[in-house]
Design a protein around this ligand. Sequence first.
Ligand code: NAD
Length: 477
Amino acid sequence: MITEIREQFRATVGGEDFAVSASFPVLNPATASLVAHAPAVAADDLDAVFAAAHDAYLAWRLDEKFRRHSLRRAAAVLEAATTELAPVLTAEQGKPLRDAAQEIQFTAVWLRYYADLDVPREIVQDDEAGFAEVLRRPLGVVAAITPWNFPITLAMWKIAPALRAGNTIVVKPSPYTPLTTLAVGRLLRDVLPPGVLNVVAGPDPLGAAITAHPAPRKISFTGSTRTGKKVAQAAAGNLKRMTLELGGNDPAIVLGDVDVAAIAPALFWSAFANAGQICLAVKRVYAHASIHDELVDALAAIARSVRVGDGADPATQMGPLNNRAQLEIVDGLVHDALAHGANAVAGGRALPGPGYFFEPTVISGIEDGARLVDEEQFGPALPVVRFRDEADAIARADAGDYGLTASIWSSDVEHAASLAGQLETGQVSINAHGSGVLPNLPFAGRKWSGFGVENGVWGLHEYMATQVISTPARGAR
Ligand code: NAD
């Protein structure tokens, strides 16, 4: 299957293959073996890449109806290519095949949402003193830089609103997972005018070269907080706009009145889906002392039952970590917890290679201050911390630098919702985690988890500049 699609692993610039002289290897995290070589675009190539995007911008910005039509056609093309693209995503990312297929299908959801979104006019004044309307204009050429955990969904969170707004875009996926994004760029050549969507890949420092390049008016970045700070510094040099979707250390607060057996599966998969490599995965659980032990046992029982393996195997429920560096981070944090007296109630160690597998791990006997609780593990190792007092749990949940999403689990939804407002996070779900991650709702981390908003009309406006047109009163014209 991947041999057949190999032709698609080309950089797309100006609607064509972009000629490059170098390439870099992309490994399958389940086997540590080569999937394919990807074309390596160099920093010196970026003038030509951004020039192609700028040429396309001059016409693309003019016709909104055509843009909306094009997004709908793009949705249909990607949906039809699901069975072709999903194995590539699994091979380079590691996730189970059905999750990869779902990720491809989400692209169509986002494209259609932005194609269909009607934005009302914003007339601020219309009286005898004058007329004033706020209009929103595209920014120009924008750049998108994406991580390796959801390469396609997260690219589309940027591509769909940016293109709907009238911008053209240069997308750079992570060097760990460039292949599916390159294939998407290639497939959409048939739908979008040349230069509207450009996809380039290359080992770092290509990302840094993109943020430092004077051409893009905006950088939309999803990745780690550490890199996000570098992006902010580089973007400041040219006063570029930016959206930063960064790391998280999402708390799930489980109150004493829950039905443990009923909530345990949903809570478990909120932490372990995609092998825990989700920015808004549950990364620490605060469990009320009255249900703590029962909850730990329930989560551990599920962890022990999970089928871990190559995502290409239909029986696999959890794949590997995406890369060796991430495996070592998770391994280090779990070792540190165990060395300080915590218990691995399930799992606790990396599995023998060659792939980057880690056992689904539930850790108890751990407190705030342990690195596994305080830092983002981004992997399948979940600490469960005991609490007695709700106010204390909220304070501990809010204590760190992150503020992406959170959840509160309780039989009393009204009470849980009343606690939610105290959390300094962009979203809070009740009796679920991440239930607000939808195309029409704003996704915006607080503190070190982000800057700016993605999704919904708020996300669209982030790709537009306001322009006021004021005229004499209609009657006086
Ligand atoms: P990363 O920061 O290492 O890399 C992200 C991207 O930035 C890659 O494409 C990389 O090539 C590029 N890059 C590296 N150095 C750069 C620089 N100096 N300037 C510009 N770009 C540069 O992140 P990752 O390891 O790929 O992803 C995991 C992280 O992403 C986790 O912290 C996770 O929480 C976060 N994440 C956040 C969200 C969100 O929406 N908040 C979503 C997914 C992942």
